[in-house]
Each structure stands twice: as C-alpha cells, then as structure tokens.
Design a protein. Structure first.
Length: 108
C-alpha cells in the first residue's frame, strides 16, 4: 500500500483539480483504495492510497505529489507546521471512523 499526498493552494479551483484527478484515474483504470482531503485554510491536502506501486508512482509524477512518511520512513521530510497538523488530523479522523464501528462501548 502506497500513499501519495498532493498539496494544493486553497485559492485555486478545487472542484476542477479534483475532477482532473478523477478523470486521470478513470482513463488509466486506476482505483485507489482511499481518497481523502483536508484544508488548513491556505492549503488543501489530498491523500490517495494505492494498492499498486505503478499506479501510485504515475499519480505522484502526474500531480507533483509526495509519498507518505509512514510508507517510506527512510525518506522523512520536514514539513511546515500546518501541513503536519493537517496530516495528523486526517490520521486521527481515520482512527475515529474505525473506532465508531467497534461494538464495545469501552473500546470506542
């Protein structure tokens, strides 16, 4: 599993950029396992997980993305503070969404 992160300025046309990504994925028959986004105010961060390396690499190159540090720990990058906050917020939301499905109240 590889995670590609795309950072875009929030003042751009987010709808058009997402449509461009979706069209690119559809044209190549790529189906990411997850597709999330979050906004820090100045930046929109899109996180896309792929099951296949070739799809992740092609998407990363096409949309000028980076790899998740969790997937490639040897290539750690220093991020700006707000980008790091946004990354952790996305991760926390994923964990919270999984916890909502727990049947035990104490486990939630």
């Amino acid at each position: 599993m590889r995670t590609v992160i795309i950072r875009m300025p929030s003042e751009g046309d987010f709808s058009a950029q997402m449509s461009s990504m979706r069209s690119w994925l559809d044209a190549r028959g790529c189906s990411p396992s997850k597709f999330d986004y979050d906004s820090t105010g100045e930046t929109v961060i899109v996180k896309v997980e792929f099951g296949e390396d070739r799809e992740a690499e092609a998407f990363k190159e096409r949309f000028d993305g980076t790899e998740s540090d969790f997937v490639k720990p040897r290539n750690l990058r220093f991020r700006e503070t707000m980008e790091q906050v946004c990354w952790w917020r996305l991760t926390a939301e994923e964990i919270r969404a999984e916890a909502d499905d727990f049947t035990s109240k104490s486990a939630r």
